[in-house]
Design a protein around this ligand. Structure first.
Ligand code: B4P
Length: 186
């Protein structure tokens, strides 16, 4: 399954909870990039240039990383991708990877929240963790990119009839329940 949503909608937060409940591995492209930035690997050095400005890491880099990750054994029982795909080129890549493995997506959860709530949450996280891409200007740029490039990704999955739209506003526990209900009803 996939969890898609604008920055701050609760993707990472909910991905951890849902994957634990379902007993499947959660894979966050953002977390993998941040771990590489911290470790100063070549991938991290490349990714940092884009992440600090709130831009997407280029598809060629991101797709290769996801292809490698999905080749590992722990995804055999199922997986939850958090933050990927974010562009139509990434949708095509994921289709190709899954097609070759004779696998298919069961459900794509889209988390929604209004922009002012998203900015408030991310500025709150900036105070707590100091994430370099959580300044107001960069947050607003990430929101614009979501509208320009990721909403069309959501539409592609809606056309396939596997999209479950979930309200991301309110208490985190309530949102978890809503997502589990949406999965059960999909
Ligand atoms: P991500 O790590 O995916 O960052 P994000 O969009 O901000 O989401 P995140 O999961 O961290 O936050 P969440 O909504 O859970 O990506 C970071 C960067 O990596 C991107 O900008 C890009 O540069 C790069 N990248 C990643 N994937 C890529 C791809 N596929 N292609 C290209 N580039 C890629 O939570 C945010 C905050 O809200 C938290 O503080 C949380 O505590 C809070 N929160 C969550 N739920 C809440 C609730 N119900 N109520 C109140 N607060 C809540």
């Amino acid at each position: 399954m996939l969890i898609i949503g604008p920055p701050g909608s609760g993707k990472g937060t909910q991905a951890e909870r849902i994957s634990a409940k379902l007993g499947i591995v959660a894979i966050s492209t953002g977390d993998i990039f941040r771990a590489n930035v911290k470790g100063e690997t070549p991938l991290g050095v490349e990714a940092k240039k884009f992440m600090d400005n709130g831009d997407f890491v280029p598809d060629s880099v991101t797709n290769r990383m996801v292809r490698d990750r999905l080749a590992q054994d722990d995804v055999a029982a199922g997986f939850l991708l958090d933050g990927y795909p974010r562009t139509t080129a990434q949708v095509d890549e994921l289709d190709d990877i899954l097609g070759a493995a004779n696998a298919k997506l069961d459900v794509v959860v889209q988390l929604t929240a209004d922009d002012e709530e998203l900015v408030t949450r991310l500025l709150g996280r900036a105070r707590e963790t100091g994430r370099s891409d959580d300044t107001e200007t960069v947050i607003r740029h990430r929101l614009d990119l979501y509208r320009e490039q990721t909403e069309v990704v959501v539409s592609r999955y809606a056309e396939r009839g596997i999209l479950a739209k979930v309200d991301g506003l309110g208490d985190m526990d309530e949102v978890t329940v809503r997502i589990l209900d949406a999965i059960n009803n999909s």
